[in-house]
Ligand binder design. Structure first.
Ligand code: EPU
Length: 437
């Protein structure tokens, strides 16, 4: 299924149902390592990022049972060390192995991580993670293909301040501090809804964590944690992706499981562009109400700002708005590579090094093309395109579905890293496509 041929120009209409958020579920699975007893996670999507974490946990001795209803049982009672070469072979492009460090240091006294991949959206270093772990007392040794960590004197609570509210580094602190000796105070924390859900899980396990309104999180270490039983927070990134798809194709999509509260920032922007939505008890209905779409100025940011993962699908819809839209990407330095394919399909998009349309960010004056100006409306036309990364890939598919004519889209399997049953959902929405070898 690596290449498909798409016949575009048809509105997507129908219903999709969400499962748990990729960016919570994978961390919740790692949290199970900290428990003395088994954990149960519900609404787990069948996506390849989950498969990767499942394999990594199994390598570390966790027994996992994952059924078709999306219920995952994780038993960590036989946790053991894994060899770096095996971890490397299974990790693929996932960045999750870095989050195994705290739990493994607690449970086994050592951890190995291979050098990490991820989507091609910037350098994505792990320096904050390593600094956090050092703060807790980990000793870090760089090996030729990865890193070995030990905790000869155990892990101790610490006062930590992040230079940027990194989601992953905040999770690193949470997963390590809950069982570290004494108090941890984290300032400059990320407070994404997925992080709040991880905190809820850790609290169910026995952790003591408080969150202040000023990005300060305090954790009182406890000696033991138990397993949890939890239904994962819905995937708001997937919800926003389908919303953008409805707008770009002139369609209407009911996104079952989406909730207003975690999406208010997105919904405001969606409305300003001219999209319509109805909040229903079991989800949110997104539609193109007809008429012209309006251009907008967007700056991506950490929560409660406009999520970086929302911008790529929405840029496709902005090619259909009348006038100039500006998107300033302030989370990743290199997240506009996907626009090249859109330009090939007829979109008018220019990318700039300058911080356009808002406040200067940490990428200004550093030669990163991190602002985009989109001029519309333009008729997109089918083209041969290759999926570059997860969200960029979703955007390419939406562009192909909105375009007049035929597109050949290769590397489509990358989208299944984060979108469960992606092609089945497209089919249910009336998309026309076929598989090519
Ligand atoms: N950063 C560093 N050093 C670090 C860690 C991060 O410089 O040690 C920088 C990154 O390079 C980036 C910024 O800090 O410029 C923010 O990165 P963050 O750590 O917040 O991102 P992440 O934890 O690696 C998660 C999601 C991303 C999502 C971001 C931002 C997962 C598995 N990934 O990444 O999701 O974009 O938070 O919300 O949770 C996606 O779903 O497509 C995706 C990329």
């Amino acid at each position: 299924m690596s290449q498909i041929t798409v016949e575009g120009g048809k509105p997507l209409v129908g219903r999709v149902d969400l499962k748990g958020a990729k960016n919570l579920v994978t961390k919740a699975m790692v949290a199970a390592l900290l428990g003395e007893t088994p954990s149960i996670l519900r609404d787990v999507p069948k996506i390849s990022d989950v498969e990767v974490v499942q394999r990594l946990l199994e390598l570390h001795g966790v027994t996992i049972d994952f059924d078709d209803a999306g219920v995952m049982k994780l038993d960590p009672s036989k946790v053991k060390s894994a060899r770096m070469v095996d971890i490397d072979a299974h990790a693929g492009s996932s960045r999750i192995p870095i989050l195994f460090c705290g739990p493994l240091l607690h449970q086994l006294g050592e951890a190995f991580i291979p050098d990490l991949g991820g989507c091609h959206i910037g350098d994505r270093p792990v320096d904050y993670h390593l600094e956090v772990l050092r703060n807790f007392g980990a000793v870090i040794e760089k090996l030729p293909n990865g890193t070995r960590m030990t905790a000869p004197n155990g892990l101790h609570g610490a006062k930590i301040s992040l230079p940027y509210p990194s989601v992953g580094a905040t999770e690193q602190v949470l997963l390590t501090a809950t069982k570290a000796q004494g108090l941890t105070e984290l300032s400059g924390a990320a407070v994404e809804p997925e992080i709040m859900d991880l905190i809820a899980i850790l609290q169910k396990m026995g952790a003591i964590i408080s969150v202040d309104t000023d990005r300060v999180i305090r954790i009182e270490g406890v000696e033991t944690l138990n397993g949890y039983s939890h239904r994962a927070l819905f995937d708001r990134n997937e919800a926003a992706s389908w919303a953008a798809a409805a707008l770009a194709t002139g369609g209407e999509i009911m996104v079952g499981g989406a909730r207003q509260q975690e999406m208010t920032t997105f919904l405001n922007v969606f409305r300003k562009i001219g999209g319509a939505f109805e909040i229903e008890d079991d989800g949110i209905r997104f539609k193109h109400p007809g008429g012209a779409l309006q251009p907008v100025v967007i700056e991506t940011d950490v929560h409660p700002g406009f999520m970086t993962d929302w911008q790529q699908p929405l840029v496709v819809a902005l090619t259909q708005a009348t006038g100039l839209s500006i998107v300033h990407e302030t989370v990743y330095e290199n997240r506009f590579g996907f626009t090249e394919a859109l330009v090939k399909m007829g979109a008018q998009i220019q990318i700039y090094r300058e911080c356009l349309g808002g406040n200067p960010c940490r990428f200004g004056q550093r030669n990163f093309y991190h602002s985009a100006v989109i001029s519309g409306p333009t008729q997109l036309v089918g083209a041969d395109i290759t999926v570059p990364d997860l969200r960029g890939g979703f955007s390419h598919m939406v562009a192909a579905l909105a375009a007049q004519g035929t597109s050949n889209v290769s590397n489509v399997q990358l989208i299944s890293r984060g979108y469960e049953h992606f092609l089945e959902k497209l089919e249910a929405l009336g998309a026309s496509f076929s598989f090519t070898e």
